[in-house]
Design a protein around this ligand. Structure first.
Ligand code: MN
Length: 498
């Protein structure tokens, strides 16, 4: 059943229900366009009844005449369906709570009443020309006879597809296979919708498809309520790479769309996230890196290009010469064997002292050995921070960027955040640099301890690490940030020239 699988992406509906996530109309359109380019069959664009803004968002998407079917979530009530109709959607995802638990405690209705609502809503939507995907909420905790009865009634009323939701993520792969197989006997297509409460959403979705479901509900990055939904990129790459079945999706867009959704949703991906995480194709230990450099298959199940990602080598205590020269090549820097040996010795000495070797350390050592005087594009002239218990932490900075003086100010949750906000503003014209990670350590004890700050910054596809050690945490943070920014700006120059 893996062949001819249809994908319903619900990043813009179930994904947007992630705690703390709010996606604006423009942003929703951006994501929808990318999903369409990727080739998903259905885009669940939102829930039209939610608000005027939500209606506007959905309507903007339907107006773009995408290839994908555009769908709105709806409860089995007329107002919801009317709101969806106002947005000119192709279909509705009509969701009916089906377990005793949901019917009694959430809806405070009887099963008969709910069945009647489901039938009437289906008939109403069908009579207005909508495709109806009839979905049962909490289906995996519903008695199977009750569930089948509800599908019988609604399919007779005109439902085009049915969907069974594992709303609280309690299936296991074996049970998922059996459950969806049992429901695949109906004469309409069946959807699988799994949540990731136990980290099994992708495995359960896969087994649901093998059991007979022909459409999978997924989200980019596995975004969604609580622990999220089944992840689009993980499901598709499993099917393509481990089962050898083509889905027809343009998998090369996975990393790009993942980044887009990460940025817009503000939900930061864990670095070890499968397929699209920053470390998904990163190698540190000497043996691994050396193997990958000789033949990528040694420690990579698929090539990063297949999902639009890139291979990355991280310097650690297992650093090898081969890897250092690869790292330098990434930014178009060639060194002789003798120079490489000297760089290697210095890096080795640093890591033997227990220090993480940042990209800026490597660059500083390389510049030193090659006798290059690094010229910083961005120079800190002065900074001031003000913080206290009754004021908003505020910072101002004066910097010189490519010999131009810029003065900016920023606010934040604390003085470090405010200072970094001000610096970010000062460079916003030349680069969109994001802070990916921030680590702070007190090296010595006591209130006058030395503070070690390591930052990881990103500019497009380039990620660099930088460090500063100072008694003042704000100064250490500002310095580390400056070093990282300068490395990124120089890399950009080098790559453009090369
Ligand atoms: Mn859901």
């Amino acid at each position: 059943m893996l062949e001819n699988l249809r994908i319903l992406d619900t990043t813009l509906r179930d994904g947007e229900q992630t705690p703390g996530v709010l996606i604006t109309s423009d942003e929703k359109l951006k994501i929808a366009l990318k999903l369409d380019e990727l080739g998903v069959n259905v885009i669940e664009a939102g829930s039209a009844i939610t608000s005027k803004d939500e209606q506007k968002s959905i309507k903007t998407i339907t107006e773009n005449n995408l290839n994908a079917e555009i769908c709105s979530f709806a409860r089995p009530v007329k107002v919801d369906i009317d709101a969806a109709l106002d947005c000119d959607v192709d279909s509705i995802h009509l969701v009916i709570p089906s377990s005793d638990l949901h019917i009694e405690y959430k809806l405070r209705k009887t099963r008969d009443q709910v069945e009647k609502m489901a039938v009437e809503a289906t008939e109403y939507a069908k009579s207005h020309g909508l495709i109806v995907e009839l979905s049962t909420e909490d289906a995996t905790r519903t008695k199977i006879e009750d569930l089948k009865h509800l599908y019988d009634l609604t399919i007779s009323a005109g439902a085009d597809r049915i969907c069974a939701c594992d709303t609280v993520g309690i299936l296991t792969p074996e049970r998922s296979y059996k459950f969806y197989k049992e429901l695949s006997a109906f004469n309409v297509p069946l959807s699988v919708h799994c949540h990731n409460d136990f980290g099994l959403a992708v495995a359960n979705t896969l087994e649901g498809i093998r059991g007979g479901a022909s459409q999978a509900h997924v989200t980019v990055n596995g975004l969604g309520e609580r622990a999220g939904n089944a992840s689009l990129e993980e499901l598709v790459m499993t099917i393509e790479s481990l089962y050898g079945v083509k889905t027809g999706l343009n998998t090369r867009l996975f990393y790009e769309i993942s980044q887009l959704v990460e940025r817009i949703s503000g939900v930061t991906l864990q670095s070890n996230k499968a397929i699209v995480g920053q470390n998904a194709f990163a190698h540190e230990s000497g043996i691994h890196s050396d193997g990958v450099l000789k033949k990528t298959e040694t420690y990579e199940p698929i090539k990063p290009e297949i999902v639009g990602h890139r291979r990355r080598f991280v310097l650690g205590k297992h650093v090898g010469k081969h890897m250092i020269s690869e790292k330098l090549k990434e930014t178009n820097q060639e060194v002789t064997d003798d120079e490489l040996n000297r760089i290697f010795e210095r890096i080795k000495a640093l890591s033997d002292m227990g220090k993480t070797v940042t990209d800026v350390d490597l660059q500083a050592i390389t510049d030193d050995i090659l006798h290059i005087n690094p010229e910083d594009s961005l120079v800190l002239e002065e900074y001031t921070t003000v913080s206290g218990n009754t004021i908003t932490p505020t910072a101002s900075v004066r910097v010189t960027l490519n010999n131009r003086e810029i003065i900016t100010a920023g606010v934040g949750v604390g003085p470090v955040d405010a200072a970094l906000a001000a610096i970010r503003k000062s460079i916003s014209d030349v680069a969109n640099i994001t802070l990916e990670e921030y680590h702070v350590d007190a090296i010595t004890g006591g209130p006058d301890a030395l503070i070690d700050v390591v930052v990881k910054l990103k500019n497009g596809n380039n990620v660099v690490t930088a460090r500063s050690t100072q008694p003042d945490v704000v100064l250490a943070s500002v310095e580390a940030y400056f070093k990282g920014v300068n490395k990124l700006l120089t890399d950009e120059k080098r790559m453009n020239n090369g």
